[in-house]
Design a protein around this ligand. Structure first.
Ligand SMILES: Nc1ncnc2c1ncn2[C@@H]1O[C@H](COP(=O)(O)OP(=O)(O)OP(=O)(O)O)[C@@H](O)[C@H]1O
Length: 235
């Protein structure tokens, strides 16, 4: 399987703190890859480093064979990588419609089709189209954040902990939607909710204390109780 994104021995600092140590992994095209690990392991930092929000101090990040390490975030976004940050990053004072229009890089036929598809996937967004986004439920905000990243012609979506703060029933709904989205695009998901991670992921990588400690096919991880307990605290 062809890799869309490849990290090779990436090191990154936040201020003087050395956060990522020798991180290497690949995201195959057309699949969903999940980054797992405890709180503070370095998952968000990995996504932010891919997006150019943290500097790569050593190693390389290649997207479609091109070195994107240390490009500016807007250049990386323009290469076709969409980012759904942990705090969603939507504009609470704008309506759903306005949030979507602000995010759109084009208003061509293809973008319109993608918009129609994503509104079918998240009917609540259509229903509350003119509502201020700050008044939406947590689940609806998350749906808006994902829809915004999807509406552009991105080949890769980085999604940071979409289950965070959501009720279990809403997590199930968002999981089903991301499963459908997976048919259309490649996904790199950071997720601590194992139900969501295991339903969406084809392969996984576990980060612990800024280092890659384990990887494999998601189907294998479900059977590996020792690894789940050691790195994810799941017994
Ligand atoms: N701005 C910052 N200044 C200093 N240290 C930071 C900063 N942001 C993150 N860190 C540290 O970097 C490490 C990795 O954090 P990161 O947010 O990447 O972890 P994570 O795996 O995404 O955790 P979580 O699941 O809790 O979001 C942590 O030890 C964290 O305290």
């Amino acid at each position: 399987m062809q890799s869309l994104l490849k990290l090779n021995q990436v090191e990154a600092f936040i201020q003087k703190f050395h956060i990522l140590h020798d991180i290497s992994f690949e995201v195959p095209k057309g699949e969903a890859t999940v980054l797992l690990g405890r709180n503070g392991a370095g998952k968000t930092t990995t996504l932010r480093t891919i997006m150019g929000l943290n500097q790569v101090s050593k190693g390389s990040i290649t997207y479609k064979g091109e070195d994107i390490g240390n490009m500016n975030p807007y250049q990386i976004a323009n290469k076709g990588i969409g980012f759904v940050p942990e705090d969603q990053g939507i504009f609470g004072g704008l309506t759903i419609e306005e949030n979507m229009r602000v995010a759109m890089k084009k208003e061509d036929e293809e973008t319109t089709k993608r918009m129609e598809w994503v509104l079918e996937l998240f009917p609540d967004l259509k229903k509350f189209w003119k509502k201020a986004s700050g008044q939406l439920s947590g689940g609806q905000k998350q749906m808006l954040a994902i829809a915004r990243a999807y509406v552009n012609d991105n080949d890769l979506l980085l999604i940071d902990e979409p289950s965070k703060g959501l009720a279990p029933i809403v997590v199930e709904k968002v999981t089903e939607s991301i499963q459908q989205m997976k048919e259309q695009t490649t996904i790199l998901l950071v997720e601590q909710n194992f139900m969501m991670a295991s339903k969406i992921g084809d392969q996984f990588y576990i980060i612990d204390d800024g280092q890659m400690v384990h990887s494999g096919q998601m189907e294998e991880l479900k059977e590996d109780k020792a690894i789940m307990k050691k790195y994810l605290g799941i017994s």
